[in-house]
Design a protein around this ligand. Structure first.
Ligand code: SF4
Length: 211
């Protein structure tokens, strides 16, 4: 069996509630969305098919037992993911998805799913499924200082736990910190059940691939 893989690397999770965990990242090619703020555009249309054997041989070189399927949109490669997990049950498996496609075969095999809904393309039925089926889930929203639309969705679908990740646009580090601080203050007032977690890997290493 083959998978369309943009990159495979060993790093530390820099986002969401599993932040700080040394992890092996399998970034798949292909996505059903085109977000203007996408920071992995190189993975949207690439073609790089690797066999299961090529992938597992690379993974075995890393000391971690934690794998993050990301993209692109990993739910598009649901069949490969389910196959991979069935062959290697001794890893911890996380998926990072945009929440528009239900990964039917792997959803109950994954240990944690980060669902990152994009406000211009919401599939409420799929979001409800993630909320109800997955054993461990988080809903991570990439936000600016105005997050009223996100709050409406969170309350309407009773999503939890929720993470806000301040969006990093064309700004320098001190501007990003200022924006993040404003979002933190607003969350403290309006929605204190939400965690605000910036993209730590970008702060530490800059905006580049393989980190
Ligand atoms: S869903 Fe993710 S990978 Fe796809 S375009 Fe949006 S940000 Fe990029």
């Amino acid at each position: 069996m083959k998978a369309n893989v943009s990159e495979l690397f060993y790093s530390t999770q820099g986002e969401g509630i599993t932040i700080g965990s040394p992890s092996i990242f399998i970034r798949f090619c292909g996505c059903n969305l085109r977000c203007p703020f996408c920071d992995t555009k190189y993975a949207l249309d690439c073609k790089n098919y690797l066999s299961y054997e090529e992938i597992i041989n690379q993974i075995k070189q890393f000391p971690a037992k934690r794998i993050i399927f990301t993209g692109g949109e990993p739910a598009l490669q649901d069949e490969f993911i389910a196959f991979f997990i069935s062959k290697n049950p001794n890893f911890f498996y996380q998926m990072e998805t945009n929440g528009t496609i239900l990964p039917q075969k792997s959803i109950t095999l994954l240990d944690h799913i980060t669902v990152s809904p994009k406000m211009f393309e919401i599939n409420t039925d799929v979001l409800k499924e993630f909320k109800n089926i997955v054993k461990s889930v988080e809903f991570k929203f990439v936000v600016n200082e105005d997050f009223d639309k996100e709050m409406e969705l969170i309350y309407r679908l009773t999503l939890k736990p929720v993470v806000f990740q301040p969006i990093w646009e064309n700004e320098n580090l001190s501007e990003y910190i200022q924006k993040t601080t404003k979002i933190i203050e607003k969350v403290k007032e309006k929605a204190p059940f939400i965690r605000v977690i910036p993209q730590i890997h970008k702060i530490l290493y800059g905006n580049r691939r393989g980190i």
